[in-house]
Design a protein around this ligand. Structure first.
Ligand SMILES: [Zn+2]
Length: 320
């Protein structure tokens, strides 16, 4: 019987030397099977299936000698906690069915007064954002998938067209309005994040919302009618006054806090003078590689290792 110690294997279909954290899910999303209600119902009742639980958007995990692992419960364990809650099919683990085991996410809701009674003492709920850096990488990706999908479900219970009630379809991966029939799909909000370089130095900012003395790459949401390159140039100009030339794609990272896709770029700075936008930034400066190699001496902190911002900075430092 699979318990919390039945865990997602470390294998990954991706071949990146250094994949971004929250990428590399080993699940086959099996999207062609999701619309087969009978198959999905049979998988929900299948004792081989695995269930990831979330409560108040926090993920159920356990600690394995310093590594945070996803807790994958059996259907019986999950049902004891989750009978009337939202769920979604995430995919198949270990190949196509019947070899692969179905993995579901279950939302226990957000009732702070009634925390779920957990079946085992070694389980706990944790904010993925704070534990992802310590998590087994492929499991962190699956937890991010679950968090993003269930967050969308919880925040889109009503139709944006007519205000009618929406019901889940496609095993919880889409929704349909019971009143006007409109189909609704999970939102992913594209955001550009960019490291701007000029003459061997890069532009980092301290946003008003940043803790301590952290400096990071600039970032912002893509707006309607805008290409990614245009969004990069606009955000940098608006936030710092610096003009941007060539823009080169680096990598991307799902960022389910709550619904972003971070699109990472390296960009060429055409001008040097910085005018921080006070509504966004408390400060912005150009930093050399030497300064970033010793951030303590420079009086700054770099963004956390979970973030693509850190990856953009580290890859640039390694280019020298
Ligand atoms: Zn509607």
């Amino acid at each position: 019987m699979p318990g919390p110690h039945a865990t997602v294997p470390a294998m990954s279909p991706f071949s990146h030397a250094r994949p971004n954290i929250l990428t590399g899910s080993p699940l086959d999303r099996a999207s062609l099977r999701r619309d087969d209600d009978a198959w999905v119902d049979a998988r929900r009742a299948d004792p081989a299936s695995l269930f990831l639980l979330l409560w108040r958007s926090e993920s159920l995990v356990w600690d394995d000698a310093g590594v945070v692992r996803a807790a994958l419960l059996s259907g019986a364990e999950a049902a004891a906690l989750s009978e009337s809650h939202d769920w979604a099919f995430l995919g198949l683990l270990g190949g196509d069915w019947p070899q692969g085991r179905a993995v579901f996410a279950v939302d226990l809701g957000s009732d702070e007064d009634k925390p779920p009674v957990l079946p085992r003492a070694d389980l706990r709920f944790a904010d993925l954002r704070s534990v992802a850096a310590m998590a087994e990488p492929s499991e962190a990706a699956v937890l991010g998938h679950a968090r993003g999908l269930l967050h969308w479900r919880a925040r889109h219970r009503f139709c944006g067209v007519c205000g009618g009630h929406c019901v889940p379809t496609s095993a919880g991966n889409t929704a349909r309005c019971t009143q006007c029939g409109t189909s609704h799909f999970p939102r992913t909000d594209p955001a550009v994040i960019m490291l701007v370089e000029r003459h061997g130095r890069v532009l980092l900012g301290h946003a008003n919302r940043f803790p301590g003395n952290m400096y990071s790459t600039l970032a912002g949401f893509v707006e309607p009618g805008e290409s990614l390159e245009e969004a990069v140039a606009r955000e940098v100009r608006e936030e710092t006054g610096v003009l941007v030339g060539a823009v080169r794609y680096h990598s991307s990272q799902p960022w389910p806090f709550p619904a972003s896709l971070m699109l990472g770029f390296h960009a060429e700075g055409l001008t040097e003078e910085i005018t921080p936008e006070p509504g966004e930034l408390r400060d912005a400066r150009w930093f050399s590689r030497a300064e970033l190699r010793d951030p303590d001496a420079a009086g700054i902190a770099l963004p956390g290792r979970i973030s693509i911002a850190r990856r953009l900075i580290e890859d640039w430092m390694e280019q020298a």
